[in-house]
Design a protein around this ligand. Structure first.
Ligand code: AMP
Ligand code: MN
Ligand code: MN
Ligand code: MN
Length: 276
């Protein structure tokens, strides 16, 4: 049987709901043989996850998902197999973490103006991590302002909506450089979710390759077979490897359950081929 890979997941060190150890246990139960934890802008959960992975006997990959700015748009770059103690990586991630706190302050002010008081509900949920929009979304559900997280993004938190505040994330080039200097591989995360035209997507991939990016996530939890085919073509055109990941946040989202991702199409070199 083929080894099941899931190289994109979140714990409660960012906007996931499970502690790293619980995430690893669940992944093991669901037949994942190689798992990466890729929290937003932090590597703080990796040690706990790695310890649990050794205990239950699955392979664990140190990862991170970095928010970056590219031509005034936000992209997510996953770093796989990074050294979590690398000084430059840690200093770089801190730039984004600081942005998260600054942006959250601005968002609290924005919501206060909208007559929605959620500071306590958000802060109560952040716990071990820096604030993300997901924490705001869950807080909005908690106070009954919206019926679910999806609606929270649609009404308040999505790009251009009343609660949306942009952040000065680190430039694409810098994030890729930190990942590579920390011994890792840079992966362009979930390319189909940005809503870009084909032309713009090619321009993103061009910049990503020039920055030193090595792989595209061609299979994610909610991508369709057609989207995967498109992304495989894109990867082939630019000579990039492929990666797979569920983008797991919570067991409530059955479409993005940990380990629930299709196999990487055989025509692409897997990013993990670079690790042996
Ligand atoms: P942030 O990095 O704080 O701006 O938050 C981005 C996170 O919000 C993503 O990683 C997703 O987990 C979540 N997110 C973004 N858009 C949506 C959406 N439409 N529905 C649900 N979650 C979303
Ligand atoms: Mn997230
Ligand atoms: Mn992402
Ligand atoms: Mn993610």
């Amino acid at each position: 049987m083929r080894t099941r890979y899931d190289l994109h997941t979140h714990s409660n060190y960012s906007d996931g709901v499970l502690a790293p150890g619980a995430l690893v246990r669940l992944a093991g139960e669901r037949g994942v043989g190689v798992l990466a934890l890729t929290d937003h802008d932090t590597v703080a959960g990796l040690e706990e996850a790695g310890t649990m992975a050794r205990e239950i006997g699955i392979t664990f990959i140190n990862g991170v998902e970095i928010s970056v700015n590219w031509n005034n748009r936000v992209l997510h770059i996953v770093g796989l197999n990074v050294d979590p103690h690398d000084r430059r990586l840690l200093a770089g991630l801190q730039i984004n973490i600081d942005q998260r706190y600054t942006r959250a302050e601005m968002m609290y002010r924005r919501f206060r103006k909208l007559g929605v008081s959620i500071l306590e509900e958000v802060e109560g949920r952040v716990g071990k991590s820096a604030p993300t929009r997901t924490h705001f979304a869950r807080a909005l559900v908690e106070i009954g302002a919206v019926k679910d997280v999806k609606q929270a993004f649609k009404r308040y938190l999505g790009h251009g909506k009343p609660g949306y505040v942009s952040a000065a994330w680190t430039p694409l080039q810098d994030a890729v450089t930190w990942i590579r200097n920390a011994g890792g591989n840079a992966v362009l995360a979930h390319p189909h979710v940005y809503g870009f035209t084909r032309t713009r997507l090619r321009s993103v991939v061009q910049s990503f390759v020039e920055a030193g990016g090595e792989a595209i996530e061609v299979v994610t939890g909610n991508s369709t077979a057609a989207q995967t085919r498109d992304m495989v073509l894109l990867a082939e055109e630019y000579g990039l490897c492929g990666s797979v990941g569920s983008d797991f946040h919570t067991p409530e989202n059955h479409w993005a359950m940990v380990g629930r991702c299709a196999a990487l199409p055989a025509s692409l070199e897997p990013v993990w081929g670079r690790w042996s």
